[in-house]
Structure formats: structure tokens, C-alpha cells
Design a binder for this molecule. Sequence first.
Ligand code: RAM
Length: 942
Amino acid sequence: MTASVARVERPRFDHREPVGRVLGVGTGTPRLSWRIETDNAQFSQTKAQIEVTTHGSVATYLVEGDQQVLVPWPGEPLLSRQSATVRVRVASEGSWSDFSPAATVETGLLRHSDWTAAFVSPESIAGLDEPAPQVRRTFEIPGEVAHARLYATAHGIFAATVNGREVDETVLAPGWTAYEARLRYHTYDVTSLVQEGMNEIAAVLGNGWYRGYLGYMGGRAIYGDRLAFLGQLEVTTTDGRVHIVNTDSSWSARETVIVADDLYNGQATDLRRAHMAMPDCAVEVLDTDHSVLVAPDGPAMARTGVRPAQRVWTSPCGATLVDFGQNAVGWVRLTARGVGEGTEVVVRHAEVLENDELGTRPLRSAAATDRWVLDGRDSVELEPTLTLHGFRYAQVDGIPDLRAEDIEMVVVGTQLERTGWFDSSHELLNRLHENVVWSTRSNFVDLPTDCPQRDERLGWTGDIQVFGPTAMFLFDLSGLLTNWLADLSAEQLPDGTVPHVIPNCFLDGPRDPDAAAWGDAATIVPWTVYERTGDVALLARQLPSMRAWVDREAHLAGDDLLWTGGFQFGDWLDPTAPPEAPGAGKAAAEVVATAHFARSAWIVSQALAVVGDRAGAARYGDLAENVRRAWVNAYVTPSGRIVSEAQTVYALAIAWDLLSTDIQRAGAGEQLADLVRASGFRIATGFVGTPLICDALTKAGHVDLAHRLLLQTACPSWLYPVSMGATTVWERWDSMLPDGSINPGEMTSFNHYALGAVADWMQRSIAGLAPAAPGYRRVHIAPVPPQALDHASARHLSPYGEISVAWKREAGGITVSVHVPPGVEADIALPDRPLFTVGAGDHSWRSTVAASAPAAPETIRDLIDLEPAWLRVVAATTRGGISPDGEEQVLGWVRDYLDFPASFVMEAIVQQLHPHDRFGPDHPLYREVMAIVEGAAEQRAA
Ligand code: RAM
């Protein structure tokens, strides 16, 4: 092999952004990862050389073996403020690649004693409900600037400038964490902004999460009622001297043009104030604890895109409305032309229209309104930065004849690297997937949230618990979730209880009751991150929290190991639960709760094994097995029927391997299939069952039924919202009712990722790209083509590089093409050959298995499974006037006749009608249906 055959990408540091230069990491020993690209299928890394340059001195380190992800820092630990430039080259069998491009890492302030600045807070201004303040000072630098860094954070949110220029593109810094335990600071390179001579540094402070409204209980100023800024500017001049400008009593404060700001309610700005002399006031130096300051684990928030207005029109009530064509998160930027001084421009936001006007009721108390009083300039650009809205539509008052080119949506969120894609021949499915992507973008706004628009936007544990695998396929969330899990550990109660939302903004309220599926985020989320990234250290860090949660579950369950009674969210938003009681689903709460206990105990035992604690692994393994048995004994019959007969309890049992015998497994699989048939292939699961139902059906040998469930468009289903024009995933299966009106329930978000968790199965099963070892070190490629699709594909940018699978139907078979990067092994499962394994490279196979011939329909169940024939039966009865509501109605009628002969189907259907003997064997409809049934049998025989 020649050196140029393999190309090594520039290394990455822990889970920070892949930009080649990472500032302000919180460790002196960042782990390194690199991807390798090669055309040489034989290539496999046998060793690597890491070159580290610090202060002009170069050291190289040899790493033996094939490790290329999260490789321990090879050199001396870096000190605070120290930077290192790293390159990597790799060898396969002794011949070396070229070095990768270099990447630079720089530490932040690693010791609390590195902080010499203090928080400063405006003294006589900036009270609650008062204008946003700016804190500032001028300073002199006596020499040419060689290097300058600003370390900064705030109580509230801040936007810092040096000499009037923004320190970088970050918005809403420092984001939201469990502030009482962890407050992130940012590190900015301001070398090009600081100059020799006089300078000014300033920061505008907004209420943000710290002091704004937070949560649906009307809470406000939850973390404190004073805004404050902490800034430590360190300027090195070319003569080697370091000049430090700290926030201290020499700073001053003044009001700004922003007269009100709130994440939920919006921002109000009076541009006339820019022309008024704002008096300076003193700042007070706060006595705060610097030990809560931490460096970020992942990327910050920024403007991540712009969407032009698609349509501007006048509503029936005369309002100017704008459609941006996509539900998303951010704010509106618009240019106001020729608007007179003192005129107020008001921008309201909403996700949907109702009765052709802005549909704001789902926002509940969030006003989501930005206001501007103009100063009479001919043309002025308006863009708020201290608020955030979830919206697709805006109403703009105060600008006559608003032009579409003068207004756009600025999309805001965490700067996540996209890592996953899915495509297929099915347009609605593609749009569903796209909606999942948008709900992911919209709800990873620094932390995983439930929704981005109403007076909520909280880190609901249950939501990320179910959505984690999907999200981690689509975007690199490892840094964001590393941060969020640290908050979870910090706010978990000493007895193991996990608050329902992290960060917990209900700190002053009564403690949250323990809730299964939500509290289990403590175990399931770190396990998911580990599975998708291979980060053992993160698992080790979370293990105390994971164990504490399982110990808590054990305590709640008591001696019989069954977690019964008390509060539960249950299978939240099961479509049959009444709109006002979303927890009242069909699945029995204790069956769901104890299943989660078993699952979490199992995960903890696995995690302990990963970190090498064999005794602990055995102990939790025994616990998991005992809980599982207790669950089976209490809730499962020997034949596999499960208490409460809800699809969700079967999905849990099958997907999590909770059953004891083959008879139970087979019985549960058949029963789940019958429940799915009986529900008319409409969705019948909530937050808990929805992510598992298709996996469970697949595992039980009923993948065709999973496909019918997925491709259903009637309400409730995954594709129903798509057919209603949705551009994001909805909170409720019917957030918008079929007549276009908004669901009357209290919680009706149009941008909630939880129910989009099916995308993970689409990626793993329909496209066939599934992780089989942590970090995608090994993948399982097993596409299962649905009848209705001609092709499908998925790509994932794994820690090792891009993995892709694409299949398409071609005369008489299916062609599967796969790309595997170096470092990854792929097990390939094709229908016409035994499982085999391939390594790096591009591979393609033709599988000539003809579509399996459907069996002759002996029973009504068989007939239902023969989808084309069955749909003809339904169409005939609908045409015949007896089943106006279509398939769901007919399946509801025949649900108790599944084992009856297929030829009995007409009798089964008309049993429901009065008088039913009208439809005897001489009736044309009877004869038509019989012909279809017989035709299906003959087709099979032919
Ligand atoms: C709602 C949230 C969230 C869910 C909780 C139980 O308020 O939006 O999605 O996890 O309820």
C-alpha cells in the first residue's frame, strides 16, 4: 500500500464541534478521534502516530492497534489557556498514510482559581420588567495585540461586543443548564477585535432562562432576580505582557433600546432610545461561587439558517400574514421601509392557522410577540436576539404593503453537525422523515426539549428517552447530551428520584413523583449515547446516577419487585386517551412501570460490565432477571397474553425480551399482530409504545403489518399529519383534527419529536442500517423492503466515517449497495444467503429472491394480511354503502372473527348490521366479496 491510499481527516477533540479549532475545552486531556478514508479495501489501521505541537515543541506518540475513536490524550495534560495542535497519521501493515490536516485545541480556565473576574450586576436599573441593560467599560492596551481571549458568562443571557463588534456568532449564551450546579462559560478569540490604545468592552444582558418566565406554572426569575455578567478579558501584547480586564466595580451599566425581553413572550424594542442619552449607573460586584463554572461539552447556539417568506397575504380580518413554509424555531428578520417615527411594528408568531387567522391558542400563555417602535429612518432592519419563537407563520402589523423579500425567518438552534439521512421512493415517508429532522432541529435548543413554542420548552426526560436513538442518528448530539446528562446527575435527588424536567425549573415546588419511562432517562439516555458513540468514560461518569435510579425503582417496587400504585404518565398520549387526560391510555401503568424497571436494571448491569465491574454487573443482572420474572408472573399468562391487552405492553415485552418461554413469545407476537389488525392499522400507542411497536412487530415476524401501520394515512397514524401538510412532528396524533381545526386539548404542540421516534426503525429496518457495536464499530445491514417501496437508503456519518446502505428493486430482485469506512465491520443479512461479514469499501449485491408468494387466505386473518385483496373487500363494502368509514370500521367488525374461514368474511361483516339477513348469499355485494376472496385463493394457486 502506498502512503496516499488512506487519508486521515483532521482529528476531533472529545465531542466538540469539528471545526479544526476548538476553544475553551474544560479538560487538559481531551480525547482524540479521527476518521479515515480510503479506496483500499484491504486497509486497516494497525497503528497510529499522534503529533502534538505545544508552544512550538513537537512530540509524537505511537498508538498501537486499531483505536481511532475517543483515544486518550497521549501527552502531558494541558494547563489552563494552553493550546495544542494535533495531527494524526495511520499505518496499515507498516506503510504510513500522510498526516491529517492539523486541528487545534485550547483549554479554558481549568481551575476555579484562574478566575479573577467577579460577576457584576447593574445597581439601580435592570429590575424585573425594566429595559435590558448593557454593562461596559473602556480600557487601554499599551502595545500591539498578539493574542486576546474573553472568558465570559452571565446570569441571564448575554451578547458581548468588543469595540462594538460581536465576539462571535453565538446567540443566547450561555444557554440553559442546571445553573445552581453548572453554569457554562464561553471562550472567545477576540484577538482581531482588541486594538492598541483605547477599547470598549460591553455586554447586553437579557432575562433568558435565568430570570425570564419559565415553565407552564407562570414561574419567573427562578434562578435569581438580578442579571449579571462575568467577563475576564486577557490580552497579550507582542512584548509578552498580559493585560487583564475583569468585570469589577470599574464597570458601569446603562439601559438599552430593548425595553422588554423574554424567551416566551418576545422582545420589545424602542429604537428612538438609541438617540437618547442613557445615564450610566454603577454596578455591584456580586459575591458568587465560581465553582459552578464549567466549559461547554458541545457546540453553542447560533443562527443556523434562513428561510425566505413564501407568501404574504391579507387575512379575512385584515391582518398581514406571512408563511415561511416550514415550522421551525428562531425569529423574524425584516426590513421596515418608510415607516414613520413612533410607529409600532408588531410581529406575532404561530405554528398554524385557524379559521384563516394566526392560531395562537396552542401557545398558551406565551405571547410570542416582538414589538418595535421605529425611529423614522427610511429603512431599518429589525431582528430580535433575546427571545425565541416556534413558528411557521407570522402576523406583521404596522408595515403597510409588506413585501415578501423584506421578511425572512432566521432559524436558531444548537450548531449541530448533521450525521444522518434517509430517502425512499415514498414521498410521504420522505416528508415524515424530513419532519422528524425539523423537530429535532427545533427541540435541541441547547438541551433536549419537548416543544419550542408554548410556555414550556422544557427538558422533559421522557421525550428524550424515547427519541434519543433517532436523534443520535440524525445529528451529532454527543456533546449536547453529555452536558444534559451532567445536569441530570446534578439534579437527581439523593434518593435517586429523577425530576421530570432537566434542568428542573420547578426547584421550589414539591418534589416530582417518580415516573417510569421519564425517570428511566437516567439509564436509557446514557446507554443510547454509549451505543451510538462508544464513549465508555461518559457511561462511567453516569453510572452513579444510573444506579441510583434503579435503586430507587427497587425501593419503590419493594419485595415483590413490582412497581405498582402512585403517579405515572403511563403510555402518554395514547390516541384513545381523552384529550384532557393524556395519561389515561390503555396500557396498565404498573405493567409499563415494572417493564421499565427491568429494562433499566438490565442496562445498568450491561454498563457495569462495560466498565469492568463484574460483581456489580452480576448483581444488577440478577436484579434485572428477577424483576423480569416477577413481571411475567404477575402480568403474563403462560400463553403470552399480557395484562391490559394494549399494543404498548406487547411492544415492551417483545422489544425488550421480557418473556420467559417460546410459547409466550409466539403468543404475544400473534396477539400484538391481532391487536394491530383490529385497530384498523391506525396507531394505538403513545410515547412509550410508539418507538417500539414496529421493532416488536418486526421481531415477531410481522414486518408487513409494521409497514401497513407506518404507511397508514388515516388518523391516527404517522402519515396523517403529513397528509395534513405538517412540516414537523406533532405532539398529538391529531394536533390538528381532520376538519382542519386545532385539537381542543390543553397541550397541542405542532413540534414535538417524541412520536417521530419511529424514524430510528425506518433507518434501521427499512433502509437497513443498524449499529451492532458501540460507536458503529460494527453494523448490522439488513434492509427489509416494504412492498410499497421501490427503493430506500440511509447514510450515517459515524465516528469512523460515513456508512451507507441503499437498496432498489430491479427485475426479479433487489440490489443492495453498501459503503463501509475503515475501522467498521458490517454483518450483511440478505434474504437469499446466510449472514456474512464485510470490511471497509463499497459493496453491492443482487438478491434474486422473488417477492414471497402470499399464502392462500384460509382465515379472515389471512385475508386481512393479503393487503390488496383485503382492500378490495373494504372498497366493495364501502361502495355497497355498509362501511362508510372504511377499513378501520370493517376491521372493527371482524376483529372477533379472525380465526374464522376467509369465506365467512361477509357474514362476519354483516353480523353488525340490522337486519343482517338482507345481505345473504344472493345479494350482489355478498357475491362480489366472495369473488374477491375466491380470486385471492386462486391467484395463490396459479
Ligand atoms: C407535556 C410535555 C411533554 C411530556 C409531559 C409529560 O407537558 O410537553 O412532552 O413529556 O407533558
